[in-house]
Ligand binder design. Sequence first.
Ligand code: DHE
Length: 548
Amino acid sequence: MKFNNKTQRLSPIKQTFLMLVSAASFTCIAGSGVIESSVTENSAVQPTSTTKLYVEHCQECHGENRMGGMGPALFPENLSRLRKNKAVKVINEGRAATQMPSYAQKLNKAEVDALVDYIYTPAKETPKWSIADIKASHVQHFDQSKLGDKPVFDADLMNLFIVVELGDHSATLLNGDTFEPITRFKTRFALHGGPKYSPDGRFVYFASRDGWISKYDIYNMKTVVEVRAGINTRNLAISSDGKYAIVGNYLPHNVVILDTQTLQPIKSIPTADKSGKSSRVSAVYNAPPRHSFIVALKDVKEVWEIPYSDKGGVEVYKGWAHDYRKDGGEGKVENWKITEPFPVRRITTKDYLDDFFFDPDYINLIGTARNSHNGQVINLDAKRKVATIELTGMPHLGSGITWNYKGKEIFASPNIKEGKITVIDMENWQVVKEIKTEGPGFFMRSHSKSKYAWADVFFGPNNEKVHVIDKSTLEIVKTIAPSPGKNAAHVEFTKDGKYVLLSVWDVDGELIVYDAETLEIVKRMPMKKPSGKYNVYNKINYEKGTSH
Ligand code: DHE
């Protein structure tokens, strides 16, 4: 489907990409080389009126041959949780919290029905992206061993920011003391999710919606290596020792473990539950105290824990051995040691998990299903639901933050459907307060040294506004609208918590720096639809007020 007015048009790179891709074979341009993959899809589909409709209205976002792009891939395997009548509704009315607009004014009933039939028609050949495809896509732009190991610029390396600019698919490396850009560079098309830093902050890894993982050397200001880890990707996470990246995919249904030094694949793990039912990956996370990755699955009721080890031999808690043993031959246990590399520990959940949050100790996972009103708290050690949280609307747990309020740890989450912030006591999982806002929001941020939490109003007529909440009273103390008529969203603090950077999400947008104490504007910088911004120190230290 085409984007609504909030969304950028295709970049010249992407246009070239689409022109170069034939209907019969899926070809991708990777850096300097052209790589042919083994993905052959729908070559037999005739250019019927339905496929023309798809090309006209859907392809720009959902990709050539339904492979996914800015929007998700559209195959029956990826639509198992969406009934056909709901798909009709989504095309007619759009989908909350996504870039999917309403088509009710553009398509008649027969056209919508035809499109729905089309997307529920299996591909002639299931799109595949094997380890061989991943390896073939690998592009080494620079030989890392020939690059210096000292930064080629002068700045506090812990107070740097990467600002992703979706407007022209670029990123800016920003000095967090002077707020001067150090460099600006091209990224892959449609990055999504937070880029992830190596533990020392030298490298940053980006994931694009169409599966590209890029490793950028901040010290040398160069994209050193890239690989395509999937066709339609969710996000990536980096292990605490910095050695491994995990990539979660919608297409194919798998997670891929990469060696971060080379970005070569180590292992691809198909995501299916115990009974073999295959699933998209909702997201992957690093859980530092557990020395493992957590994988949330979208179409089956399981969460996975994958301890990092490329050789096997991970010692596991005795009581968990059973979880690994069920893993269809993988992760066999000998003397309480796992013999397989990257074994999977399965945790069954009561409901699907579309959105989630971890407590600071990474023991409890708080998750919600898109269509459920309640949140479930799952204790990852005990492997069971320990509480239900009463939640209405559609809380965006992934953007939640925690802080100490009157001696107890609380968790605050924006809501994608309703104008409110829900504040939850993390001891008894009761709702402490619902803070009324001027519309549904997407992102929230704070810093341990700031008395304020910031929450945007991402949706609706007030999307130019951002609320500043006093963390000690849970009251909104100020509402700002720095660029009237333009969506203001997503903030990030400097390392010391003294300044806040806010985006104006517009192709002619801005990055605005606020004094975090006085709430006065310090600087405005023009940028092209700056989306997320990520402070090195806050990220590598898993600062409480920021996303992980
Ligand atoms: Fe995101 C993070 C899922 C739509 C911008 N988004 C994430 C993460 C997940 C997620 C699981 C955490 C990953 C990480 O950081 O490693 N996002 C989803 C969806 O399921 C949803 C609702 C539908 C979809 O299209 O996939 C969705 N997201 C959007 C958008 O429409 C946004 C506003 C624009 C865009 O880029 O597509 C958007 N998402 C972001 C951003 C982050 C993100 C900027 C990183 C936030 C951060 O501060 O860490």
